[in-house]
Design a protein around this ligand. Structure first.
Ligand code: NAD
Ligand code: UGA
Length: 460
C-alpha cells in the first residue's frame, strides 16, 4: 500500500538537534513524511540501528515508534531535496578555527555547502528553515546564494532556532516554552511562516508560537544562550567569593532565586559550563559586536566566557594546593566526563580542560562515566595509555588519592561512599565540582571534602 503523505519534510544534518527534532515532528504528525539526511554514512547507519548515535532519555522509544512509518534516515541528500517542500537545515556551525575571526566567528562552511546543494538539486519551490544557530543576518547570505542562479524557483528562508537542552531534549521538544519563527515580512514570507506554524500547531499551543522578523529570531537564539551562560558565570563568580568568606553558595542562590525577578533556575554553581553551544554562541555574539564597532558590549559578553575559564582553572589550583602542592604520580578519579547529566556528549565539557591540566601536573588519571566513556577516549586521544577509562565507579575509585565530581549524574549521589573510602589512598579527598553529594556524610566517613562555594570540611 502506498501512503500519500500531506507534506514531505527534509532535515539536513542528523545530529543532536536534527535527529530528536525530526523524531518529535514525525511522532506528533503521522500525516507528514520526515526524512533526515547526513553526509556522514556511519551516523545514518547508527540512526537506522538499535544503537542510536546519541544518548537522550526517551529518544529510543520515539525513534522506534516512528522509524519506517513516517521517519526515514538516509544519505541521499539530492533525492531528499528534490522530494521535499520544506527543508530544515540543522548542520553544525562550530567556531571558526582558521583565518579571519579564528577562535570566535562561526564557521559557516557546512551551512554554505548545504545552501549550494539545495540550489543545485531543487526542481521546485521550497521553504528553507534555519534550525542551526547562526550569526544574525545569515538568512540574507542564504537568500543570496539561493537566488543567484535565476532559476525561477522560489525559496523562502525562515529562521526557527532550536532551544532544546541535551539530556531533556525530548521533554523540551514535546513541551517547549516557546517556538520562535522569524520570517521576512513580505506576503510570501508570511505565507511560508504560516505553513511552519501549522506544523507546530499539531502539538504546541498557539500562544507559545512566537513570530518575529527574521533578524530578531536569529539574534534571539544567540542572546538566549548568552543570558543562560551569564547566569552560570554570575553564580560561579560569587562561588569564589563564598569560598573566601565562609558564605555558602547554595544558601545565596536560594535566597536570591526567591526574588521572582531573578528566578531560581540556572543558579547551580559548578565547575563551569560546557556543551557545544554556550561558548561558541557567546564568542559569535562577541565577534558580531566587534564587527559593528561595539567594543564595550563585546568585552562585556566575553567576560562570561572568561569567568568560565577562571572557574575551571581555580578548581584545579584548589586540588593542587589542597593535596600538598603536588599531584605528580597521584591517582585522580574523575566521576563523570559528559558536559552535563543524562547525555553522552562531551563537547566542551569542563572535564576536558581539567583532565589536561591534571595530566600536565603528572597526575595519573582514571575516568568513569555511565554514557560518555567512548567520547571521553576520543577527547583525550592524544594521551594514549596514560589515562584509564573504567565504567564501574568503584573500580575506578579504587587506589585513588582523590575523586573529582565533574558531572551531576544521579548515580554519583547514591554510591556506597563508605566502600569507596575503604578502597582509596589516605588521606582521601573529594572535590565536588557539582555540589551533588552529601558533604557532611562524606566528611563523617573520613573524606576531606571540597565543595564549590562552600566551606571545606577537613580532618586537619
Ligand atoms: P551535530 O554536529 O551533532 O550535527 C550536525 C550534523 O550535520 C552532523 O551529523 C554532520 O555530519 C551533518 N552535516 C554537516 N554538513 C553537512 C552537509 N553539508 N550535508 C549534510 N549533513 C551535514 O550538531 P548539533 O549539536 O545537532 O547542532 C546543530 C546546530 O544546532 C548547531 O548550529 C547548534 O549550534 C544548534 N543547536 C544545538 C543544540 C544542542 O543541544 N546540541 C541545541 C540547539 C541548537
Ligand atoms: C543550552 C541551552 O540550555 C538550550 O536552551 C540551547 O538550545 C542549547 O544550549 C544550545 O543552543 O545548544 P545545553 O548546552 O544542551 O543547552 O545544556 P544546559 O542545560 O544549558 O547546560 C549547559 C552547561 O551549563 C552544562 O555544562 C551544565 O552542567 C551547566 N550548568 C547548567 C551549570 O553549571 N549550572 C546550572 O545551573 C545550569
Amino acid at each position: 500500500m502506498v501512503t500519500k503523505f500531506e507534506k514531505n519534510i527534509l532535515c539536513i544534518g542528523a545530529g543532536y538537534v536534527g535527529g530528536p527534532t525530526m523524531a518529535m515532528i514525525a511522532y506528533k504528525c503521522p500525516q507528514y513524511k520526515i526524512t533526515v539526511v547526513d553526509i556522514n554514512p556511519d551516523r545514518i547507519d547508527e540512526w537506522n540501528s538499535d544503537a542510536l548515535p546519541i544518548y537522550e532519555p526517551g529518544l529510543d522509544e520515539l525513534v522506534n515508534s516512528t522509524r519506517g512509518r513516517n521517519l526515514f534516515f538516509h544519505t541521499d541528500i539530492e533525492k531528499g531535496i528534490k522530494e521535499s517542500e520544506i527543508i530544515f537545515v540543522s548542520v553544525n556551525t562550530p567556531t571558526k578555527a582558521f583565518g579571519v575571526g579564528a577562535g570566535m566567528a562561526a564557521d559557516l562552511q557546512y551551512w554554505e555547502k548545504t545552501a549550494r546543494q539545495i540550489l543545485a538539486c531543487a526542481e521546485s519551490s521550497k521553504i528553507i528553515v534555519e534550525k542551526s544557530t547562526l550569526p544574525v543576518k545569515t538568512a540574507l547570505a542564504m537568500e543570496r546564494i539561493l537566488t543567484s542562479s535565476n532559476s525561477g524557483i522560489n525559496f523562502e528562508v525562515l529562521s526557527n532556532p532550536e532551544f532544546l537542552a541535551e539530556g531533556t531534549a525530548i521533554k523540551d521538544l514535546e513541551d517547549p516554552d516557546r517556538v520562535l519563527i522569524g520570517s521576512s515580512q513580505t506576503q510570501s514570507g508570511i505565507k511560508a511562516r504560516d505553513e511552519l506554524v501549522e506544523i507546530y500547531l499539531n502539538w504546541v499551543p498557539d500562544d507559545r508560537i512566537i513570530t518575529s522578523n527574521i533578524w530578531s529570531s536569529e539574534l534571539s537564539k544567540l542572546v538566549s544562550n548568552a543570558f543562560l551562560a551569564q547566569r552560570i558565570s554570575s553564580i560561579n563568580a560569587i562561588s569564589s567569593l563564598c569560598e573566601k568568606t565562609d558564605a555558602d553558595i547554595s544558601e545565596v542562590a536560594f535566597a536570591i532565586g526567591k526574588d521572582k525577578r531573578i528566578g531560581d533556575k540556572f543558579l547551580n554553581a559548578s565547575v563551569g559550563f560546557g556543551g557545544s553551544c554556550f561558548k561558541k554562541d557567546i564568542l559569535n555574539l562577541v565577534y558580531l559586536c566587534r564587527h559593528y564597532g561595539l567594543k564595550e558590549v563585546a568585552d562585556y559578553w566575553e567576560s562570561v566566557v572568561k569567568i568560565n575559564e577562571f572557574q575551571k582553572d581555580r578548581f584545579v589550583m584548589n586540588m593542587l594546593t589542597t593535596m600538598f602542592n603536588s599531584l605528580a604520580g597521584k591517582r585522580i578519579c574523575l566521576f563523570g566526563f559528559a558536559f552535563k547529566a543524562d547525555t553522552g556528549d562531551t563537547r566542551e565539557s569542563p572535564a576536558i580542560s581539567i583532565s589536561r591540566k591534571l595530566i600536565d601536573e603528572n597526575a595519573e588519571l582514571v575516568i568513569t562515566d555511565p554514557q560518555a566513556l567512548e567520547n571521553a577516549k576520543n577527547e583525550l586521544f592524544e594521551y594514549g595509555g596514560n589515562v584509564s577509562f573504567v565504567k564501574d565507579p568503584y573500580n575506578a575509585a579504587a587506589g585513588s588519592h582523590a575523586i573529582a565530581i565533574m558531572t551531576e549524574w544521579d548515580l554519583y549521589k547514591g554510591l556506597d561512599y563508605k566502600k569507596i573510602y575503604k578502597l582509596m589512598n589516605k588521606p582521601a579527598f573529594i572535590f565536588d565540582g557539582r555540589n551533588i553529594v552529601d558533604h557532611l556524610q562524606l566528611f563523617d566517613i573520613g573524606f576531606n571534602v571540597y565543595p564549590i562555594g562552600k566551606p571545606a570540611l577537613t580532618h586537619y
